[in-house]
Ligand binder design. Sequence first.
Ligand code: F6R
Length: 364
Amino acid sequence: EKSGYEHFMMKEMFEEPKVIKDTLSPRIVDEGITLDNVNITAKDLENIDKIYIVACGTAYHAGVVGKYIIEKLARIPVEIDIASEFRYRDPLISDRNLVIIISQSGETLDTLVALKESKKRGAKTLSIVNVVGSSISRESDYVLYTWAGPEIAVASTKAYNTQLAALYLVAFNFAYKKGYIEDSAYKNYISQLKELPSKVEEVLKNKEVIQKFASKHYNAKSIFFIGRGLDYALSMEGSLKLKEISYIHSEAYAGGELKHGTIALIEKGTLVVCPVTQDDLIDKMVSNIREVKARGAVVMAITQEKNASIDKVADVVITIPDIDSLLAPVAAVTPLQLFAYYMAIEKGCDVDKPRNLAKSVTVE
Ligand code: F6R
């Protein structure tokens, strides 16, 4: 069943190129983007004042990327909520809102209740779900399936990449309908979406470099992930993955927020992981790397090949192929998943079945 891989998690990471393609290609038709049965017209979009994205865990982290890209491209305000918080905070939802629900299993109870609550208050609901016929898919007005296939490992990997793929489709489709992207830019983005599977394929080839780094550092007591913009969203996911399977304490911080307190925790030998994929924020991130290096941190940076000279400031640089900053999270998450995997393996943890966790959380 593991097709020769030692763990489901590794098998599922190696499926990423295929499942990203499976999620994108049926929706890219005649050089345009269609969203299956999601019948949200330009007129409907005019009546949407705000989008809410609601999810838990890894799906929530995909939603944080979704907020950035939908706001940036489609210029609609997006609020992102953890489902268990959303449902109890009497959210300001009305028929002028669209609620996007993200869930791999489609059965997470808090997420399902948030969906029902949104419908009750008159919002339209669109869910990005992996399991066909799941409770969330059945309850939603619109469903955009991620075609990640069954995910067995408790730690979510390939589902996250496909959730991002689905969110890009939504963001580009809405942006185009609202007239915020021109034909030529739209076509250009679509051709870049089509290249995502091969980019992730390239990233997976770097696994030995990451394994080697993990074999040196698996005794770390605490690890910081820092990033800016989409790299901050990515840092949250990298940190969660590490915690849940390697049991190493870690935190994700926005690069600029570090000096407001947390930098006090950086000392000689502290490991800091830095995704640096956002062109307009590179200089700022390099300054952050210098700040932590000056306090003795060991830094692993993840960046596009074109920025490989970051190795002048970071201790180790993991490169991903050159890719537009907006799309970078799809390829840059894979090294973070591999890093969590190898740290857990080095520590002798059961990567597919981490302690205290269930694949699908159907209790409150
Ligand atoms: C982390 C992980 C969890 C899930 C969360 C939501 O690797 O798998 O954080 O992402 O429990 O689950 P779904 O997406 O099924 O609603």
